[in-house]
Design a protein around this ligand. Sequence first.
Ligand SMILES: NC(=O)C1=CN([C@@H]2O[C@H](COP(=O)(O)OP(=O)(O)OC[C@H]3O[C@@H](n4cnc5c(N)ncnc54)[C@H](OP(=O)(O)O)[C@@H]3O)[C@@H](O)[C@H]2O)[C@@H](O)CC1
Ligand SMILES: [K+]
Length: 511
Amino acid sequence: MNPDIVFSNAVLLTPEEMGQADRLTISGGVPGIELMERAGQAVARAAAKMVPAAARISILCGPGNNGGDGFIAARCLTAAGHTVQIHLLKASETLNGDALEAFVRMGLPHTVVPDGDGIAVSLAGELERADLIIDALFGAGLDRPLAGPGLALVKAVNRSGRRVLAVDLPSGVNGATGADPGAAVRADATVTFFRRKPGHLLNPGRTLCGSVTVADIGIKAGVLEKIGPSVFHNIPELWLGDWPRPDPLGHKYTRGHAVVFGGPMSATGAARLSAGAALRAGAGLVTLASPPDAMMVNACHLTAVMLKKVPGAEAMEELLADRRFNTVLIGPGYGVGEETRAAVAAILKQKRATVLDADALTSFPNHAQELFTLIGDNPAPVLLTPHDGEFARLFPDIEGDKLVRARRAAERSGAVVVLKGPDTVIAAPDGRAAINDNAPPFLATAGSGDVLAGISAGLLAQGVPGFEAACQAVWLHGEAGREAGPGLIAEDLAPALKAAIRALVDKTAGG
Ligand SMILES: NC(=O)C1=CN([C@@H]2O[C@H](COP(=O)(O)OP(=O)(O)OC[C@H]3O[C@@H](n4cnc5c(N)ncnc54)[C@H](OP(=O)(O)O)[C@@H]3O)[C@@H](O)[C@H]2O)[C@@H](O)CC1
Ligand SMILES: [K+]
């Protein structure tokens, strides 16, 4: 990975790391109120784009600095000619620091939400009449589920059916995990500061944020060197430096040779989907290794993908004695059980870049440590690509939010773990992780995972390092899904991949 990535827009900061960025900036001579001014002004600019002239805007301000941003926005929007109603969750006497300063600078009338589990009918009515509600209740400082008047207010916002702009995070969403224990605001848009947070990308946080914009509030990227971020947004900026650009003087043998092990006659399609995707992803050659009974059906369906009869684990070892097969994928449609475990062991002993998917994962629930030992002994990258169900079977004791689970699993297994879903997390054993957000919902269809495993193998075959190959594959898979569009089936993905790669290469002049 390019070391400059830690300064890039791909960086995600936990609320703690964001606090560190804040403190480093303040100790570097920028007063906190200046950061808050810029934050509040950015919120006001975003709000102005969401409403007509002279709009009615209700601003809900919490007891901390998130509320402080709301006071600044209130002042700016009033100056711009909007009618602004300000509601404090707690009496202004409880404010301190920059939030108090922002409140004083605002100098506008306000009300305080009365204590209790409900809110006044008049406030509910006002929210329902607003052109926009600005949610400045809680941001990075939320440290427990909402309750009492805060919870009542959030429910009233969601009931109002009005457009909502969230400051930093929709109140109730945990910035580190995206969790919303209890309840959270459902926003149409969110303005955050300096860098995105994991909670903007992990569900349910992502869906509660609406569209997210990142405002520059004067924190310099240089502070990131001290913070040492390790979690990233899976965007091309993260891995373009490792994108496999074909050598103009090269040939197909210099672009790698992936071998995909296929299943019995009744389940051959999955491995063919994988093999086709590996070829599309740029592997110079792809061989489908087929059991004898499935040769005929595979032969009927393959053209550019080559076919080889491989009757069992011993034949696999013989095949892989040829070092030109530099990457192996096993799992899609392979079958679950002892034979699969033996095959995976035979493959991992050959020390090739390896993708283990589907049945190759499901065969190991009671033999997980055996698998991790084999992975540990293989110096080449190994990718595990479980969905939640496969993950739970392989790592039954690992709990927590998706980011934590994927990172623990990667550390334990020694593999790059791709924990799949609408917010796929890719985690490396060295602690790096990336969160993906470009997959359309219609990508959740039979065979889609086989294609993803194939793209991963195709990139590994070209020598892309494990973490970057997984990140590229997940991103391309999402782009291919968007390209294929609603109604897609897995067969559509390999052709759509061509357009997705073309767009990436054109945009970046990546060759
Ligand atoms: N960092 C930066 O660079 C910049 C940050 N900025 C802004 O600051 C925000 C972070 O501010 P923050 O740290 O003051 O936290 P914030 O979200 O206002 O909440 C803390 C307050 O809520 C309370 N509380 C917590 N949970 C609760 C619950 N469930 N139910 C009830 N109460 C609860 C907690 O009180 P407690 O009761 O725990 O004492 C405390 O009073 C950040 O999101 C961004 O908008 C910008 O100005 C620009 C620069
Ligand atoms: K908020």
